[in-house]
Design a protein around this ligand. Sequence first.
Ligand SMILES: Cc1cc2nc3c(=O)[nH]c(=O)nc-3n(C[C@H](O)[C@H](O)[C@H](O)COP(=O)(O)OP(=O)(O)OC[C@H]3O[C@@H](n4cnc5c(N)ncnc54)[C@H](O)[C@@H]3O)c2cc1C
Length: 417
Amino acid sequence: MSNTHHTLLIVGGGAAGVSVANNMRRQNSAIDIALIEPSEKHYYQPGFTIVGGGAYTLKETVRNEADLIHPSVTWIKDFAESFQPDNNTVTLRSGDTISYDYLVVCPGLQLDWDKISGLKETVGKNNVCSNYSAETVEYTWECIKNLESGTALFTQPPMPIKCAGAPQKIMYLAADRFRKKGILDKFTIEFCNASPSMFGVPFFAKALSKVVADYGIKANFNTNLVAIDGPAKIATFEVTDSDGNKQQVNKSFDMIHVTPPQSAPDFIKESPLANAAGWVDVNEKTLQHNKYSNIFGLGDAAATSNAKTAAAIRKQVPVVVDNILALINSKAVEEGYDGYGSCPLTTSLSTVMLAEFSYGGKVTPSFPLLDPRKNRWIWWWGKTTGFPWLYWHLMIKGYRIDIPHLECYAKRFMKEE
Ligand SMILES: Cc1cc2nc3c(=O)[nH]c(=O)nc-3n(C[C@H](O)[C@H](O)[C@H](O)COP(=O)(O)OP(=O)(O)OC[C@H]3O[C@@H](n4cnc5c(N)ncnc54)[C@H](O)[C@@H]3O)c2cc1C
């Protein structure tokens, strides 16, 4: 067992961790940075939706982690296992301990496949698919491609999940595939959503209801998947009525796309860094830990109430980096993050509705004059070409892309509602 020290230690080398490391390196060429990340592969997860929809390949979503981390950053290829914030140390699975001056915690979230009885045994076969994992996403496209008729179910678990729009995005891609093959009328498509509405931001929820109606999809709300029998092709839902009464309902399916329940990683839940719900307990605007001032958290693991997206991370990274530099220079941290997140909703195989919003459900587009509820080809181009390029070549490399996102751009369209 050994003990080493780094000025800045980062836990998790996904979208947030690599961006923080490389962004800090661009701001300060001398600071000693180390990154704890066990995986040799780094996935662009926003691409999983279009892999499942047959418009992208899994290969296009993956890079070697080694090629992304700046060579001057020490890569510790291991799992962080526990935190000792009073001693400024992190213990690794190997037993080694790393000490730090500043810690950034961003290990993403955990997919709780086990919370749905029977799911783990059947996902990836029996026409049970999920875009939420690199292991299962290609099977989604196989199911959609091969099915000619029947019942297709798409589920959404209780919030929070990463990319809250993803459970329905794949449904529209599937419906559009069926339409293009001339077989849409041979399908019954149902959205089985544990939430009470189509989307958390009412402005976009209304627009999405029209998309659902256009495909003839039936949307069920307060309908939460609790069990699945793959070989028998039966899914069991707990349905809550308006009086709060619950009953179990079985639905047969020919294919089902499941979004698994999600929560903070267990090692975070069990740590002194967690809030009551298990997430890294940080201030919503500064991203500084509420108890330990030399610790910051961002990305999917953070307790902030923004949409858990890579788009949010683009805005969070400069805040974390600047606030650590402020502390190093004995200055005060700043409230730089406004809860921005974005969800490019793939409403067909050639259109996207670009939902951008901030804390409190404020609609905050980056582009003036364009009605954000419109399904546009230009955002489809963004989803398949522009946004992945921005991710790999700007955000991950540590460049700052500060396109202002303003509520006033959306005001005009809200009046027109
Ligand atoms: C199907 C799908 C569609 C999506 N669509 C979009 C979209 O359209 N737009 C968008 O902006 N976002 C989208 N997202 C969400 C986006 O991918 C995530 O919000 C983003 O990747 C979160 O980044 P992160 O760094 O917090 O976590 P991750 O990128 O998941 O990285 C976490 C890293 O931490 C590592 N780690 C885990 N445990 C430990 C440990 N114990 N010690 C050290 N390291 C550890 C993991 O190996 C991983 O590399 C989508 C996600 C999915 C699954």
